[in-house]
Structures are given as C-alpha cells and as structure tokens.
Design a binder for this molecule. Structure first.
Ligand SMILES: Cc1ncc(COP(=O)(O)O)c(C=O)c1O
Length: 379
C-alpha cells in the first residue's frame, strides 16, 4: 500500500543499533542533541508565560511566519519578506527538496553528509552526488572538475560552519569559489548553518556570498536556544521564498505560533542572545577539550582535527571497521556513529563521529576508556 516514495525511504541498521545507545548506563557520544543542561529554561518559561497572555498567540498565523519574528531575525539590514520561518531547519531542507528538485535532477552534497539532509533532499527522487572535502570543507576544485566534465546540479548543499559530521569550516577562498561556480553554472547554494553561532575559538568567517541571489541560508534556534521549539528560518531569493511559502501551506500551514512568539520574545530582547551565547560557548569549548584530552591520552592511534566550534569530532581509527565495532562498543557501555552512516559515495568505514555535547565532562574519560576496551577486544 505504501507509495513509491515511502518504500524507498532509507531505513538504517545503524539507527536500529543506536536505539540501544539510549539504554541507561550507556555513555553515548552518538547523539546529535545539544546539551539540555544548557537550555535557558527560566527564560523560556518567562517568555512563554508572557506571550500566552495574548490570545493571538494561540491563533492561526501566516505561512511565512510571524512578522515580528521575521523582522527580528532579518535584523536592521535584512528584508523580512525574504524570510520564511520553518519548523526547524530540517523542514527547510524538506521544503527546498519539494520546490527545487525533480526526479532525475542532480544535487551535490558533501561526502560525508548530514543524514537528515540526505533523507530530505533525496526524497525528491533527485540523485545525490557526493563531493568529498577536508578540514577546509567541500573541495571546490573537485566540484569545479565535475562541473567542467558536464555535471549540472540544481543545487549544492553545504554546512559551511562546523559541519555535521566532519566539524569542517568552509575556507573563505572556497566560499568565494562556490559562489563563482554557482553563477557560472546556474545552481543554488543551500547553506545550512545550525552551528555557526557555536564558535568558541578562532575568528568569524563571512557568510557565503553575502547578498547573492544564488544562496539560500538556513538558520535555527535548535542549537542556540532549544530544538524542542522547532523554530528555524530560511533566507533566500524572492522567487524561491514565494515557492517555499506555497509548499509550506500544504505541509503544516505554519510553524507553531506559540514557539515563534517565545523565540521572538527572547531574540527580540536587546543583548539576550549574546548573553546566552557567552555562557554556551565556553561550556561547549570545555566539553570539546575534555573529549580531546581523553582521546589523546587513551586512544593515541586516533586521528582527528580539533574544531573551533560545533558539537562533533570526526575521528579516524586506521584499519578499523567502525560499523563492525559499534555492537561491541555498545556492549562495553558507550556509543558513537560510524562514518558509514554519513557516506554518500565514499567508503568512510574507518571514521566515526563523536559528539561532545551531552556526556558529562567527568564521564568523558570513561566513555573513551570503553571505546578503547572494545577496540582492544576487536584487535
Ligand atoms: C547540519 C544540520 N542541519 C539541520 C539539522 C536540523 O536542525 P533543526 O533542529 O533546526 O531542524 C541538524 C540537526 O542536528 C543538523 O546537524
């Protein structure tokens, strides 16, 4: 009875295994969740109490999102009409897949790629073309070669800041090259940016193609306030924004008016976000440092680079099949996500993603000890 689209939706053995990672006693470095310990609970409760006194908060709203929130996230130099509030940036990916892609189209994605993007963009029936990267993000020279050889993608998807899973930041020269390629070959750049605000070292890098009509940017409060609000937004060229609003009408009419109002209340307070980020950033940095320290001490064979932000370490264990190792790691009481879960066309079997966001710092060493034990057993 299922539609062809539902029948081809990915199901994953790794996802099934990782369900065990949620069992009590398992120190999970697998999840992509931000730390609940850092949610600004009191501020959210105060904001909710305030906005719920206005009955219009409980009414239907505009499909493009509340004018108040769009005006706030646009900032003084932005245009609220070029913004659609989405139910997290995951919905923006789904909507872009619906309005941009037809079966048979090509879309370039990084290899490795965020699993949710692969699912949302692949659901359109378009072909995902993986282009590898390195610590400087998507390899734009390789992309240029593929384009010169005839590849004509409708879009290129990137997580330019602290990529999930690789942690990479797209270098400024590659950002400029990507925009030049988009103009030359006529594709759209989908810049998904949930982690950019979680920079705790190094210097800020300019957005990809500021002001360019070739770029659609996705932002979210999931990693800066809380993912349960399900509030994100998309900023793009007018023709694309208009099409996304029509698609969104049929998907969910609009994002929750209640959580939009909460987000607007918080983001609209002068200095609130900066104050909150000033607490989040050093906290995540200390989490990262605890994991880096544990790996350096207990797993000297592990190779990784240390990201300046985000939530993930992308680790290579030479000559180890990380997917094969996972069941034994879970039995030892820790979990990670094997590289193969993020693979598009490449073999990423020696890699794994470790999140340093949610395990208590005092237990980070214990989690890596368990990983080291399961590796020793496998050797
Ligand atoms: C790269 C990337 N994009 C999008 C999302 C989804 O974010 P949201 O909660 O805003 O839907 C995530 C969540 O982990 C992510 O890592």
């Amino acid at each position: 009875m299922l539609s062809a689209r539902a029948r081809t939706a990915e199901s994953s053995a790794i996802r099934d295994l990782l369900r065990h990672a949620e069992s009590p006693g398992v120190l999970s470095l697998a999840g992509g969740l931000p730390s609940a310990a850092m949610f600004p609970v009191d501020d959210v409760v105060r904001a909710a109490n305030g906005v719920l006194r206005d009955p219009s908060t409980l009414q239907y709203g505009l499909s493009e999102g509340s004018t108040e929130l769009r005006t706030i996230v646009a900032g003084p130099s932005g245009d609220p009409d070029r913004i659609v509030i989405t139910t997290g940036s995951q919905q923006a990916l789904d909507l872009l897949g619906r309005v941009l892609l037809d079966p048979g189209d090509d879309i370039v994605v990084p290899d490795p790629c965020y699993v949710g993007a692969r699912q949302a963009l692949g659901a359109s029936g378009a072909t995902l073309v993986g282009v590898p990267g390195d610590v400087d993000g998507l390899d734009t020279d390789r992309l240029a070669d593929r384009l010169a050889a005839g590849l004509r993608p409708k879009a290129v998807y990137v997580v330019a800041n602290f990529d999930n899973p690789s942690g990479a930041v797209l270098a400024p020269v590659r950002r400029r090259m990507l925009v030049a390629l988009a103009e030359r070959y006529g594709f759209i750049i989908i810049e998904d940016d949930p982690y950019g605000a979680l920079r705790y070292a190094g210097t800020e890098i300019d957005d990809i193609g500021p002001g360019s009509d070739r770029v659609v940017r996705l932002r979210t409060v999931s990693k800066t306030i809380a993912p349960g609000l399900r509030v994100g937004w998309l900023v793009g060229p007018q023709w694309l924004v208009d099409a996304v609003v029509v698609a969104k009408q049929s998907v969910d009419l609009h994002t929750s008016t209640v959580t939009q109002a909460v987000a607007a209340h918080l983001l609209g307070q002068d200095g609130w976000l900066d104050g909150h980020l000033a607490e989040l950033r050093p906290w995540y940095r200390d989490q990262r440092d605890a994991l880096v320290e544990a790996l350096t001490e207990k797993l000297p064979g592990a190779a990784f680079s240390v990201p300046d932000g985000g939530m993930f370490l992308w680790v290579r264990l030479p000559d180890v099949d990380t997917a094969g190792l996972l069941p034994s790691a879970i039995r030892s009481g820790m979990a990670f996500v094997p590289g193969s879960a993020f693979a598009v066309d490449r073999d990423l079997g020696e890699l794994l993603r470790l999140s340093f966001a949610t395990v208590d710092r005092s237990q980070m060493g214990g989690a890596v000890d368990r990983l080291a034990r399961s590796l020793a057993r496998a050797a």
